[in-house]
Ligand binder design. Structure first.
Ligand SMILES: Nc1ncnc2c1ncn2[C@@H]1O[C@H](COP(=O)(O)OP(=O)(O)OP(=O)(O)O)[C@@H](O)[C@H]1O
Ligand SMILES: [Mg+2]
Length: 504
């Protein structure tokens, strides 16, 4: 159906895609995986005709719709304050949708409190993404291309999307670091290898791919070891022959030696290639000086936007080193609460107070702290707290986040989604805060990097407030306390709340 023929792409002298040949068959559900920055979004842009390639082309005779990765930022930058949801879909997106049809999707996406006549601009970021997704899915294209669609979805909606995709009658190509999606709705994996810049195609879901990949590696190593033995034999025979008197045998020996040498070189190169592993982040959050025992007291905080009440009478308190998780579906006000607690938004009612020597670090969902127009290194040098550390130390930290020295001048706007997350985390680390407020810090991170972040947070001795939609992450993070929204229940965390989140 879609044929990708010999496509290559290089940017700023970095090879991203190397002569790829791929096919998307009718009805196939393909999951595209690879580390952050491998070039997954780049490949999707190529397939959907949004990229000028160095060579090759993409042949396609069906319809394609495409959900971009950083959709949230694009939506928030565009204001459609006056249009209703229906007008947004019909006028702005040019879709032929009836109100009943829109209502049907709103119901699927857990937005029963909304009607097509509600104002689009007043929806939360996550809700706007749902509308965007609705627009893309409702067109029923021959190929659905989705770049990390579950990132900002609450769990019930993500589950609904998984069911939708697995029963979708046409083809699907999806990038996701959400392993539940990759295991349930997928029947083929495309693995974009960041070291070879090639795509390896596997039958099956993500888990099957991992098992197969591991086995494949074992076979390869075994085969190479056998070859090594053969080469050794060749050397031995050559040396025996060389010791003989006859000239004929001496010539034979020389020839064999040459063959052994070249075979040896080949095995050695293949061994190094097979042994080459992806680079992993190396990070640790440190606290500068410790805070007092009381870290945060929140009393009766409420927030309304105009007539719309978002947060109602929230109270809780945190002691040093406590870990709290905020749980609740999209649009309930989790980000708003963190924005109030960091002074970025003002509450309508109530007060909050930080204890002695509390030093807060804030990880914002939409990279509030990054200047897109500046280079990587300038983002640090223009931050007084980071600058104190000196350029050498900053470069060291950036190296730990897999940004080598030759990347320092890259503009932040051109980083991949996961690379932007890594950069924000790097910035947070330079601050050595004793209290962290983290708003979905795993967004866009590949599975390995998520694990590394999790371990760094586990080792962190300060206080943490976390918002996350990733159940596995929350479970492993082992929070002490939980704030359940919308019922404003603040209590000790128990594993049962994970399921409560799923059921919602
Ligand atoms: N203008 C540019 N200059 C330099 N490098 C660039 C530019 N545009 C993109 N890149 C690089 O190309 C690489 C591939 O980016 P891409 O967005 O395709 O990655 P990805 O696999 O989708 O990653 P993620 O999982 O983080 O979304 C990244 O390392 C990115 O920094
Ligand atoms: Mg991407």
């Amino acid at each position: 159906m879609v044929q990708i023929k010999d496509i290559s792409y290089t940017i700023e002298n970095r090879l991203i895609l190397d002569h790829l040949n791929l096919v998307v068959n009718d009805g196939e559900k393909i999951g595209l995986v690879g580390v952050n920055g491998a070039g997954k979004s780049t490949l999707l842009r190529a397939i959907t005709g949004n990229l000028e390639l160095d060579s090759g082309h993409v042949q396609n005779n069906g319809t394609i719709t495409y959900l971009e990765q950083e959709i949230k930022k694009n939506i928030e930058d565009n204001k459609f304050d006056v249009l209703s949801i229906e007008e947004y879909l019909v006028l702005e997106k040019g879709l032929d949708m009836q109100p009943w049809e829109i209502s049907k999707y709103l119901h699927y996406m857990n937005m029963d409190d909304k009607v097509p006549q509600n104002v689009f601009g007043e929806l939360s970021g996550g809700q706007k993404i749902k509308i965007e997704l609705l627009a893309i899915l409702s067109q029923k294209p021959d190929l659905l291309v989705l770049d990390e669609p579950t990132n900002f979805l609450d769990i019930p909606t993500a589950e609904w999307l998984m069911r939708f995709l697995s029963t979708y009658p046409n083809s699907v190509l999806v990038v996701s670091h959400d392993l539940r999606l990759m295991n349930r709705s997928i029947d083929r994996i495309w693995y974009l290898n960041e070291m070879t810049h090639k795509v390896e195609s596997f039958n099956g879901n993500y888990e099957q791919f991992l098992t197969f990949k591991e086995k494949q590696n074992e076979w390869l190593v075994k085969a190479l070891k056998n070859q090594e033995k053969k080469v050794k034999k060749m050397f031995e025979t050559a040396s025996v022959l060389a010791g003989r008197k006859s000239a004929k045998e001496k010539i034979k020996a020389a020839k064999l030696l040459a063959r052994a040498k070249s075979a040896n070189a080949e095995v050695k190169t293949k061994m190094t290639e097979t042994g080459r592993k992806s680079k992993h982040m190396k990070i640790a959050f440190e606290t500068g000086s410790s805070s007092g025992r009381n870290v945060l007291n929140v009393t009766g905080i409420s927030k309304s936007f105009g007539s719309k009440a978002v947060l109602k009478n929230i109270s809780f308190s945190l002691a040093r080193s406590e870990r709290m998780i905020i749980v609740g579906r999209n649009g309930i006000g989790k980000t708003t609460l963190l924005k109030i607690l960091t002074g970025k938004t003002e509450q309508t009612e109530g007060i909050y107070k930080y204890g002695h020597n509390v030093d807060i670090g804030y990880y914002a969902q939409e990279y509030d702290g990054l200047d897109y127009n500046k280079s990587l290194i300038d983002n640090f040098l223009s931050d007084p707290k980071a600058k104190e550390l000196g350029k050498k130390r900053i470069m060291q930290i950036l190296g730990g986040f897999l940004f080598d020295d030759d990347r320092l001048d890259q503009k932040v706007a051109t980083l991949s989604g996961g690379e932007k997350t890594r950069l924000s985390l790097a910035k947070l680390i330079t601050h050595n805060c004793n209290t962290l407020l983290l708003d979905e810090p795993t967004t866009y991170l590949d599975p390995t990097s998520q694990k590394i972040l999790l371990n760094a947070l586990k080792d962190y001795t300060g206080t943490v407030v976390l918002v996350s939609h990733v159940p596995e992450f929350v479970k492993e993070f082992q929070p002490d306390k939980v704030l359940l929204l919308p019922e404003e229940k603040f209590t000790y965390y128990e594993d049962k709340y994970i399921h409560r989140v799923r059921e919602e």
